[in-house]
Write a new protein. Sequence first.
Length: 767
Amino acid sequence: MLNAVAMVGLNVMTASSVHAQEEFPPPPPDFGDFDTPSAPPGNGTLPTGNHGGAAAGASDGKKGVSLTTNQKQKFSQANVEDISNENFPETIESFDFPNVEITDVIKAISELTGKNFIIDPGVRGKITIIAPSKITVAEAYKAFLSALAINGFTVVPSGSFLKVKSGRNAQRDNIETYSGSYYPNTDQMITRIIHLKHISADQVNKDLRILPSKDGEMNVYQQTNSIIISDWGANIDRVMKIINQLDVPGFDEQLEVVRIRYAKAKDIADLVDKIVNKGQGTNRGGVGVTGGFGGGAPRFSRPGGSTSQQGNSFFMAIPDDRTNSLIIVGNKSGIVRVKKLIGQLDFKPSEADGGGVFVYYVKNGEAKKIAAVLQGVSKDAAPKTTPGAGQPPPFFAPPLGMEGADTKSSGAVFSGEVKITADESTNSLIITAGKGDYETVMNLLNKIDIPRDQVFVEAIIMEMSAGDGFGFKPSYYNFASDNGIARQSFSGGLKVDEVINPLAGVGTVLGFGSGKDVELTIGNTKQKVPSLIGLINLLKKTTKANILSRPQILAMDNQEALIQVGDKVVTSATQSTSPQGVTVTTPVLEEALIELKLKPFINPTSKAVRMEIDQSVKQPSAGVSTPKAFQDNTQPLATRKIKTFIVVDDGDTAVLGGLIKDRETEEIVKVPLLGDLPILGWLFKSKETNKEKVNMLVFITPKIIRSGDDSKQIISKKIEQRVGFIKAQGGVDAYGEVMDEIRTKTTLKPKAAAAPVDDNAPGTDTE
């Protein structure tokens, strides 16, 4: 170190202004001839004097013994790092340059050391160096470099010369570059390459960028994780001392691949993230990432938050789905900690707890339809993560002191991927999912794969003609209410013409479902009818009623059912002539059908049934006039159809009507034998043609079947009706034994009486 006090000042101004503002002291006395043989060797003491700043006397600011020619040659060829007191111990008594032009000081140093200088035109100003005590020539040269540095100048080697120029421009010149462990601690501008081993060069540059001087510059070379700094050697030494304290083992990044044996690599990575970082992911380190000197790599502190010169442990876990492995990037401490945590999480689960492939046999529905529903649910309920605005997708562990990305969960139902496939041959579902997701799927299946209610529908399709004083008028039935049918209770009485002509009231839903008798008024006489069958029998006796069909069908809830009854009849014929001249008549067949198509919808909270009904009757028409030329070959078909929605309570009967047609009948009254005589027979017979309007009515009675007992009740009822029919006909049941066996199986067992409740028993609410 210098054993003198150097005070340097810069005063850049013209010569005229300097003389105008201050008066310089007289030139210093002659320091003597350094080459005089009589000069004392080594530490010759020269008399001190009043040292001044005239340009002519600048070289007089040094007192002592000058270097020999060989020493000057050695000094001029020495690099700045070789200029030391050990290599150049020669001393001078003083080294004073008060307020002297820089160029004069450079000249004096050149004479003292033998170095050659090239001065940049921009090098101007004055400096002051005060060193009244004895110093070595090496220390004098370092003081000269310091004086230049304070004024923003430095020397740049150029062959056997040193270029004196500004420090800012010298960075782009041939300044000395050092990359090893040694570098000169001087005030000469140099470039130092610092190779970092354990910390990130980006982070060092970010956190220490304020340390270089105003003329210095610090840059990063990421490929080798290095810092390139150009500055005064002394300032670089200060930066190096700080970096040496930071670049210590503990943050050196390593890579290790850990094979996951029993779990999914992604699941393990997520668990590690949740356990260590509370689920707050972060970005990979780099420019713009806050944190310590760990290169921005995610990390977590040691237990208890303890730190040391070794640095904190950190890691980053990346799942590889192809190999089911975790790629762990981090320091040794972080990798050890993660591997220990993985060992505790990656274990072989029990058969009951593990996920995998499961088979579920559908009990009540269709596997294909249920699979489609569940696949839609799994697709919509898959986990989704949305990174914060303006941020890339997060990694799994945040750096110490780093804010993670804004991660928002979509509230997913399933934690992982769920795949559901239907096997139609076995009506089963093949489910691929983790244990938790499989339990979620099973909860859904328990709610949708349930026995579906059924509806037993009885229908009576009949025709009734006008007449017999019942006031029948041509009409049609219109469902006027919002739910598809007008409803009315007839427990207080019902007129027959209200059944035949539904528009006589506001609607026709009979009251048999309540279990009470329905009272009918026939003319002025009232009569009670206990059931729909009784009503039909009454109508047959009191009106011209004709039952076309009594279809009965069992339909599943929300499932379409169809019943058809009919024949194929000849409606027309086609004639063609063969090549041999033979006329061939080909009949044209069409189906004469009575068809009932319905789709019930059972209200799960009540006894109401909404039904979509499509009923049609297609019969040969006797009332349609046919041209005489076609009467022998043509039989037209008449079609009547009802399509509607109705709502009926369980056991009630809805009446659909209004399908009216004209029917023409002929009645011939004659005297036997005589009436058959040609021409004269008309004297003994009469012919009467009657025309009447016929209305077709459809009685619909649904019965909800929710349990086996409901089904047994219907079977028992049908057996009783069959037995009653056989008895009414006076016949013998040929299948009596079989029917008795069925009756025994379907007999409902009486329900056990409820046990009496002891009001005084403990825990009984007697309120």
